[in-house]
Design a protein around this ligand. Sequence first.
Ligand code: GLA
Length: 688
Amino acid sequence: MGILINKSENIFSLQSKNTSYVFGVDSEGLLRNLYWGSKIQDIEDFDMPILTEVSTNDPVYEITREEYPVYGSLRYKEHCLKVTFSDKSRELVYKYSGYDINDDELIIKLKDSYYDFNINLHYKVYEQYDLIERYVSIKNNSNDIIEIEKIHSGQFHIPYEGLNFSNVHGHWGAEQQRFIQKVNYGKIVIENRRGISTHNHNPYFILDKDATETTGEVFFGALKLSGNFSGIIEQTQYGETLVQMGINSHDFLMELKPKEEFVTPAIIAGYSNSGFEIMTHNLHNFAKDNILRKGLRPVLYNSWEATEFKVSCDEQIKLAEKAKEIGAELFVVDDGWFGERHGIDNGLGDWYVNRDKFPDGLDPLIKKVKDMDMMFGIWVEPEMVNPLSQLYKEHPEWIYHFETRESDTSRGQYVLNVTKKEVKEFIYNMLDNLLSTYDIDYIKWDANRPMSQTDIEKDIWYKHIEAIYDIVRELKIKHPNVLFEACASGGGRIDYGILGIFDDFWTSDNTDAYDRLFIQDSYSYIYPIKAMRAWVTDCPNFLSKRVIPMKFRYHSAMMGTLGVGCNILKFNEDEIKLSQELIKEYKEIRHIIQEGDFYRIENTSKNNYSIYQYNKDGESLLFVFLPQSLIGHRGTNIKLRGLENNSKYIIRINGEELIKSGDYLMNRGLEIKLSGDYASDIIKINKI
Ligand code: GLA
């Protein structure tokens, strides 16, 4: 059992395979964090230190490592919760009122000392993944409305100063760029204020004590939220670093009606005493086993970069035939198939098949795709509407807007107020109808602009994404076999909130195979490979204008779930043959890629190698890339990871076979040399 309790001392320990997270209630009734780190078996070793004020200017509330600081009293630090009661009092005073245990979930019950208001802190332990999950539920038991001004999902305490904080930054076409910064005095804030997730920062924290892939302490947590989030990291005046995450309180106010309860999004958190690799494995394994739909992901063909809005039934059929010929298993028609959608400024909202483009509807295309034994997918952008559309003419009141202001367009579109019952129903019915009428296996759900002018109610920023989650959850009940891809102008919707509901991420509109190596590397720290869609596209790349050999483009995309987005009708014989070979190879190894353990391998050479390893049940793959050979033109020594010391492995490299033991491969390593620019290889290693 992952939860230990010292009842006489009111101390709780969440025990996973290798870690402990310990907190308790002190004599003042404050809930205080005592420890987070490597496993300490005996809860009796912990006691509650007496807190004394450093001075009158350093009150106890400031010093104490509270599990869930609320607003009020002599607290000036970041609070997780602030509410206004009906008498306008804004101070919360909580008292511990006991605990409950439901399976592997511990619930700490707090109650306001005056108002009929409950705060429950929930902790789940995932023992074998070395992860805990935290969230909070609050309940208004009074007969008056309570206004929530801020509600974060939890606060973590790390007993060090001078940590490194890492996350990603970016923008459209340049998502997932990892950065690391030293934490010093003051606060670091990462957030999203756009409603529709973001290409900028991502809702997670990684704090490390000079860790590498395989050494050093790492504390991390990922928030299950796709909308407006905020994360605050602060090195305090008292020798520790705290971090909290949750719903962004920017332009936020939520009413809790009498007897109503609100549950926050959860944070999945963990600790590693040996670097980032373990953090990645724990999160990936947790996602693979508990979040993601089972089964291998199909090789996809998507027509977007080939045709953009100029889709026609005949051409899509030709593309589907070619896609089949190279080995694709899923054919996806992207934007442009519906309404008067000839560019970005019309069609959104009018989800009927365009009869000029598809004179007999979608059936002839779908039949052709199915006859060839492929799956069929389609693009939608259900949260949006164009001003020129029929839907907007009929329902101008359905968009987010302020009555006295001109409504903002971005990419020529407005955002629908999906928190309105009738809008939510419209979207659900439209998709249900599409999925019931046609034999569709895959939905690519896009969202190409941020929200703005979000009406009078300030909880809409949050309620929007809840409504989207609800719609897809409902659709999946009725259409359980349909896979959903989360896209928002490329990789704008990558987070653990959407991952629990959708199945795939569109990682970025940047399909340049070299840029993708960086995007994929950063992505891999937190998110599972199986959900990382990656396409091979034409050169010169539309964004980078770079020309990269096809083999390198395939190898880069084969690191995730492979797709092809080229205009395959223009392929010459060599390109068709190479595509067939590489797609066939991908199908043979994808179980290792999508379901194995992923390793970022150190490059020891002065030459620019990028090296990644995947392991599954005695089978390993090494992906080696050399984008540009630098003067000296050196090879690299690759020390493999995760093999068995005493087992023998067969290595297939350059058409030759080597046999080496696990400890040799992990300690002495393999000497690999690639030559020229945009060289790449996939080396296969099997246990004998
Ligand atoms: C977004 C997506 C692309 C494509 C276009 C269609 O930009 O990220 O993949 O679907 O929309 O308009």
